[in-house]
Write a protein that binds this ligand. Structure first.
Ligand code: AMP
Length: 402
């Protein structure tokens, strides 16, 4: 029998309390749902929007039970939810996306093996469990290659690059193995990609599929910097990327939003880098750019509602606002204070298309995602120019003419 959709004012449970949970909570509140959030933090970015904030460690299963009992559906905003936490939630409320998506996305080795099993293209890789297996892997893969921890790596953390010359390969391998603390890992061929792109897509409870097309992503220091949509890629590449994303969502039986990140090589070849079974930083621009945002889409999917229209109203770009903007150049260790707050007036004055999003984080740290800005324009390139230039004004001193 078909499960009836969950209608407002049902309660949405969110595991994790960062910006992704916050933006999902805003979409949920807008539609009249209640929001309960669970994380170890208090007054978190999501907690500030939620009806109820449960504060306990993820492995406090009594607290997890209490949270799960209080909601009608559970989702998560980060993929490193411990398996026991997810299983405990699933005893009391539907968990979307399901445990299989979490299991695969939590481990780079499982992720790559999943892609191979489903004939989806990835860079050559080998499993590494010891220095000896790393050396054997280097023989097979060659250099340059990247050693990546199988679990808990993100934004380039838990990675070590091994480069030519190969004359000192043994010592380079030892240094890389030490750098990742001898954790179980994969060794992956370095991809000489031309661009990085992503596809954010959703699958409804009835198997329906909707996507936000291909988004182009520029990184700085391994962290997403600027996303532009629609990406300027040949129609054939866009079609292939969307088909691959759909294959991933179907193979993992996802109900919800999932993002697939790709490397695009100079000869138009797509390789899947990684997947995230949740809304994604590269999809933030859909809030202003699309008829339905990635967050509303996530909500619709997990509640069993029809998926929304993903049409772009206009091309768009998004620039991340990292904590670095809160610090003076000469004093990167200084604490956040009012007088060091970025000059939002100058950012907004740059162009009326600029939209500011701040996540309500209490402390700024270099590299920490504190917010983002989005702009719509006639072309993606123009929108990207606007957000880059607007962001550059964040450091303008108040009172100094621009
Ligand atoms: P990841 O945490 O795997 O997404 O890696 C973070 C960033 O490092 C990616 O967005 C790429 O810019 C870069 N990177 C990761 N893997 C590779 C690779 N095999 N070849 C080249 N660059 C890579």
């Amino acid at each position: 029998m078909k499960t009836p959709p969950l209608l407002p004012p049902a309660s949405i449970g969110i595991l994790g309390s960062g910006q992704l949970g916050r933006m999902l909570a805003i979409a949920a509140r807008q539609m009249g749902y209640r929001v309960h959030v669970f994380s170890p933090d208090r007054h978190s970015p999501t907690g500030q929007i939620a009806d109820q904030e449960f504060t306990a460690p993820y492995d406090d299963l009594d607290a997890v039970r209490q949270f799960a009992r209080s909601v009608d559906v559970v989702t998560y905003e980060f993929e490193n939810v411990p398996a026991a936490t997810a299983v405990t939630c699933a005893q009391f409320a539907p968990l979307h996306p399901g445990p299989q998506a979490l299991h695969v996305a939590q481990n780079r080795l499982r992720e790559k093996e999943f892609m191979v099993k489903h004939a989806l293209p990835v860079a050559p890789f080998v499993a590494v469990g010891s220095l000896a297996s790393l050396l054997v892997g280097l023989e097979e893969i060659g250099v340059p290659a990247i050693l990546k921890t199988a679990t808990s790596g993100y934004d380039g953390k838990g990675q070590a690059l091994i480069q030519p010359p190969t004359t000192n390969l043994q010592s380079q391998a030892t240094a890389a193995w030490d750098a990742i603390d001898h954790q179980s890992a994969i060794l992956e061929a370095f991809v000489d990609f031309e661009r990085e792109v992503s596809v954010v897509a959703a699958r409804g409870a009835d198997g329906s599929f909707a996507h936000f097309g291909v988004i182009a992503n520029d990184h700085a220091n391994h962290i997403l910097d600027v996303s532009t949509a629609p990406a300027n890629v040949p129609p054939k590449v866009a079609k292939e990327a969307v088909a691959m994303a759909q294959a991933v969502l179907e193979a993992l039986d996802v109900v919800g939003v999932l993002c697939v990140e790709f490397f695009l090589t100079g000869n138009g070849r797509l390789l899947i880098n990684e997947i995230a079974p949740r809304p994604h930083n590269s999809g933030h621009l859909t809030i202003e750019a699309c008829a339905t945002s990635q967050f509303e889409q996530q909500l619709r999917a997990i509640c069993g509602l029809p998926l929304g229209d993903t049409t772009y109203l206009k091309p768009a770009a998004m620039a991340n606002l990292l904590g670095d903007l809160w610090f003076q150049h000469d004093n990167p260790k200084s604490e956040i204070t009012n007088h060091q707050s970025p000059n939002w007036t100058a950012v907004l004055a740059h162009h009326p298309a600029v939209k500011l999003h701040l996540y309500g984080k209490q402390t700024a740290r270099p590299g920490r995602k504190m917010g983002h800005i989005t702009a719509l324009a006639a072309t993606g390139e123009e929108a990207a120019n606007i957000v880059r230039k607007a962001r550059a004004r964040a450091r303008a001193r108040v009172g100094i003419p621009l």
